[in-house]
Design a protein around this ligand. Structure first.
Ligand code: SF4
Length: 243
């Protein structure tokens, strides 16, 4: 059974109350820095990406500067990240296209973003949402799991879930839904051991197995419990581009 409209509204009201200004855990200051960080984050942790970009961006944080580094120079900064060889090639080609076709700027159009090497629909949605404030929802593994498990938006593919979410998430919550759902999936509704007993939307969730997870240790379910958040470095500056 799918979650009804009133419950969906309550679901997001609770997540918003717990975290009024959610944002990405990737460190960035410009749309270009975010784009490179998101390309690097495929099959890598945000912590690992932030470590790499911490040394890369002070040296090169524009398409032109990264092109000047060259392939070997770029690899020196990102070699701790999985798939760094192919990511380095994608990033250099992306920088070349940004320089030659977009005046060195990150385009705000989905079609143009998806033409960049290493950028698919999910990455384009992240950039449109977080760098440009568009109400897009990038369905990653966390959002896919949470949406299907809770009954919020069930679908067999990320695209089906994305389309369903866009249809059911109330307009006022749509821009931040992306980050609320990712953070909820990353820290509370985790894949192997969801923290149902601490979940702020436990009573709304339609997952059949939540009862046994909720009764593992504590009998009390706090429906107003805050979702876990990492203390964010430079929170004010990272939110600027997304709000
Ligand atoms: S009750 Fe459990 S399964 Fe449902 S959303 Fe919360 S953590 Fe996830």
């Amino acid at each position: 059974m799918a979650m009804d409209k009133a419950r969906i509204s309550t679901f997001f009201r609770r997540l918003k109350a717990a975290n009024p200004h959610p944002t990405t855990e990737l460190d960035y200051r410009t749309p270009f820095e975010l784009l490179i960080a998101v390309i690097l984050s495929a099959q890598a942790t945000d912590v690992g990406v932030n470590k790499a970009t911490k040394t890369l961006y002070p040296i090169a944080n524009t398409p032109r500067a990264i092109l000047a580094l060259g392939l070997d120079g770029l690899k020196q900064h990102i070699r701790t990240i999985g798939l760094f060889n192919s990511k380095a090639k994608h990033i250099l080609e992306t920088c070349r296209i940004l320089e030659t076709e977009h005046g060195g700027e990150v385009p705000r159009e989905r079609a143009a973003l998806e033409k960049l090497p290493g950028v698919g629909r999910k990455t384009a949605n992240v950039i449109l949402n977080t760098a440009f404030g568009e109400p897009t929802i990038a369905v990653d593994t966390h959002i896919f799991r949470v949406s299907n498990r809770t009954g919020l938006a069930r679908g067999r593919t990320p695209l089906a879930v994305e389309q369903k979410l866009i249809e059911v998430v109330p307009r006022g919550y749509r821009k931040d839904a992306h980050h609320w759902l990712i953070l909820h999936g990353r820290y509370t509704c985790t894949a192997r051991s969801p923290r149902c007993r601490d979940c702020p939307v436990h009573d709304l969730c339609e997952w059949d197995e939540k009862a046994c997870c909720a009764s593992l240790k504590a009998p009390v379910v706090r429906t107003d419990a805050p979702i876990a958040r990492r203390p964010r470095r430079g929170a004010a500056r990272t939110r600027t581009a997304s709000e």
